[in-house]
Design a protein around this ligand. Structure first.
Ligand code: NAD
Length: 519
């Protein structure tokens, strides 16, 4: 175990020694710049998925504690809103420097709580860091519009203003990147924030909040409350929260979207996925196979942009052997072990669910090309490991196809033409990402034009856009209309005020009750 778990964000009321397994450290909430012990009597274990050791415990925050966090954010808002955007940006410049400084610590925390490999955990931090870098240009991103002399002596201009208190609700699979999609953009726009990390791996959020405070973020601008459904429902219902950013499953996302919208809040909700790769017969064989294996099994398939289904145009058999050979060579082990390609899945329940969906695929007629269900890692017998699994001859009515598996399972399908493959992808309810592998520009162009998914890769396996664009899932993968980060992210965290001003010498024209028209 590492020293990172001994740092300050644990409750002082507990024995902070991880050697004493009987009393794992309890996480604090962050309220108004102070780490506050929760008075909750219910705590849930954060479990290392490779070992089952209890890393820490998170409180189910009480409603009073939640309200205290919202009040702290509300109290901090007026002066933060009036802090010059250049000063807010400077804090982000400092934050990105501190994240780089602590990259290894953050990655180790992620691997310990979430399971992914250290290298992948660094990628998790890095893709979030890029959003912090993006927020450093907020003055330019937030510029308004001006039209001079819309009428005689009258000018009109628009200003983007922050909303007030915003909130973020995070999933387990990117413990650093997703909080960093949220609070840096929201705060640099001038909002204050209440963050609810995933209860499965909250450590990275706490470390990032500490870094934000070290960078100079004033007390109350970023608050953290822990918990599960109850605290999420409080966030949806609270009158003082103006907007919610959510990333996670469809069950939670649609509930939050409906409940918060009924209270008049803005919501951006990024949800589940079933991402297809479409492989044309002319695709570069080696590069395509390498991409498919990396995008299917990376992070043990627990990425919302994982390519979990491959549709081969024509005969899939020539590809199948190449996929199996590569997948068999992947090293499954604890994420902290050198050379590991994929770590454990997040929980015992997740492993059971993944194995159940593989079994249901076999029972409904899919061919098991590679079976990872009984995978054991010698030094980590208790880990939630699932080895790379390939199911072939999968049909679209099978449960394993219809459900998001979110594990290291690659489904192989066949389509007789590009048109048939496009139809198959478009019939799927999700629309997060998709990729085509081909050497034909015409096929790629047709695919890009006709495919109904929000993020399209052309010979690129995981086309997650960099922060100067936005993360643009569609169909059942997204609810809302303003996406995360990029221009849309700024629009989400701001509202437009339009000002019409008249500065001219005013000769008396008498009283006119007619509706003003431009002169
Ligand atoms: P999850 O929905 O179980 O949890 C996400 C958050 O919602 C957590 O903070 C959790 O406490 C809360 N929550 C869960 N159930 C709730 C309920 N019934 N009521 C209120 N709150 C609830 O998701 P997860 O398992 O942590 O994450 C995996 C999912 O997230 C996958 O479906 C994946 O595709 C999706 N995801 C999507 C994106 C994207 O950008 N589209 C990115 C990452 C993950």
């Amino acid at each position: 175990q590492s020293d990172i778990h001994r740092i300050a964000f644990f409750s002082t009321a507990t024995n902070v020694s991880l050697d004493n397994r009987a009393s794992p450290p309890k996480l604090c909430n962050l309220i108004g710049g102070k780490l506050v012990d929760s008075r909750s009597d219910v705590f849930i274990d954060v479990i290392n998925p490779a070992t089952q050791e209890v890393v820490s415990q998170v409180p189910l925050t009480t409603s009073d504690e939640f309200k205290a966090a919202v009040n702290a954010a509300k109290h901090a808002f007026p002066s933060w809103k009036n802090t010059p955007v250049t000063s807010r940006q400077r804090i982000m410049f400092k934050l990105q420097e501190l994240i780089r400084r602590d990259m290894d610590k953050l990655a180790l925390n992620i691997t310990t709580e979430q399971g992914k490999t250290l290298r992948d955990a660094q990628g998790d931090v890095f893709r979030g860091l890029e959003v912090v870098e993006h927020a450093c240009g907020m003055a330019t991103l937030q510029t308004g519009e001006f039209v001079q002399n819309v009428s005689n002596g009258i000018d009109t201009y628009s200003i983007r203003e922050p909303l007030g208190v915003c909130a973020g609700i995070c999933p387990f699979n990117f413990p650093a990147m997703i909080p960093l999609w949220m609070f840096p953009m929201a705060a640099t726009c001038g909002n204050t924030f209440v963050l609810k990390p995933s209860e499965k791996d909250p450590g990275a959020s706490m470390m990032l909040a500490e870094l934000a405070m070290e960078a100079g973020l004033p007390d109350g601008v970023l608050n953290i409350v822990h918990g599960t459904n109850d605290v999420v429902n409080h966030i949806c219902d609270d009158e003082d929260i103006k907007a919610i950013s959510f990333v996670g499953s469809n069950t939670a996302g649609m509930h939050i979207y409906a409940r918060a919208a009924a209270k008049g809040k803005r919501v951006q909700s990024n949800m589940g996925a079933k991402n297809h790769a479409v492989v044309m017969p002319d695709a570069n064989i080696d590069a395509t196979l390498n991409s498919l294996v990396a995008a299917g099994f990376g992070a043990a398939g627990q990425r919302c942009m994982a390519l979990s289904t491959v549709v081969f145009i024509g005969d899939l058999k020539p590809w199948e052997e190449g996929l199996r050979e590569r997948a068999e060579q992947l090293k499954v082990n604890a994420g902290t072990e050198p050379g590991t390609d994929l770590g454990p899945v997040i929980s015992k329940q997740a492993k059971e669910r993944i194995c159940r969906l593989i079994t249901s695929g076999v029972e409904s007629g899919a061919r098991l090309v590679l079976d990872g269900r009984k995978f054991e890692v010698p030094n980590y017998k208790n880990g939630n490991f699932v080895g790379p699994t390939i199911l072939s001859d999968v049909m679209s009515d099978m449960e394993c196809y219809k459900e998001e598996i979110f594990g290291p399972v690659l489904l192989c399908m066949q389509a007789e033409s590009l048109d048939a493959a496009i139809k198959l992808v478009n019939n799927n309810k999700y629309g997060n990402g998709t990729s085509i592998f081909t050497t034909s520009g015409a096929a790629a162009r047709k695919f890009q034009a006709e495919i109904e998914a929000g993020q399209v890769g052309i010979n690129v396996p995981i086309p997650v856009p960099l922060p100067f664009f936005s993360f643009t899932g569609n169909k059942a993968s997204f609810a809302g209309d303003l996406n995360f980060y990029g221009k849309a992210g700024v629009q989400f965290y701001t509202q437009v005020k339009t000002v019409t001003s008249q500065w001219k010498d005013l000769p008396s024209q008498g009283v006119s009750l007619a509706f003003p028209t431009s002169q």
